[in-house]
Design a protein around this ligand. Sequence first.
Ligand code: E4P
Length: 218
Amino acid sequence: MKFFIDTANLKQIQEAQHLGVLDGVTTNPSLMAKEGITGRDSILKHYQNICEIVEGDVSAEVIGTQFEDMIKEGEELAKLHPQIVVKIPMIKDGVKAIKYFTDKGIKTNCTLVFSSGQALLAAKAGATYVSPFIGRLDDVSTDGLSLIQEIRQIYDNFNFKTEILAASVRHTMHVVNCAKIGADVMTGPLSSIEGLLKHPLTDNGLQKFLEDAQSLGI
Ligand code: E4P
């Protein structure tokens, strides 16, 4: 399972990269706005900075919602760096744009996916990644993990190559459960990755080992 970090914060991306388990980054306009980045040039430069920190795929989202606008923006983003994946919303023109980029060999991430039907369409258009937002589904009393399960079954039935990128991951158990279900990738905050480290028995056990090691006089 690949681990992506869902942030545009360079410090957090660096921290996750130094842990040695990072496979990529996802961003969106809200995450870019959170970092206070404004203006086209600064945004493009920021994507380049992210690509210099990580070795894997970096999703950069188009803002346009019309086919022609998405193509223009996506082509500009893809030219920035070979690691850029063009992130496109699950709307009619978005599906057409995914197909266009697929035919050109440009990687895509179909975002804002909330149903297995949408995921089926994204795979038919050849998306590299499909991003079901599990946290946002949980927020409205719908089981996000069940959606991952449904998509896994559909993709396995037909051997679709599109990777399931569990998005809107909010906590560590989301990560563990996505791994159990067979999501190919998860994207979440650094805390959801670092939470995997934690167990009180590890902390207590280590403390005891260190105390006993001291008594050995070494
Ligand atoms: C996915 O690529 C999105 O950037 C992200 O996971 C959305 O997460 P949120 O629901 O926590 O905003």
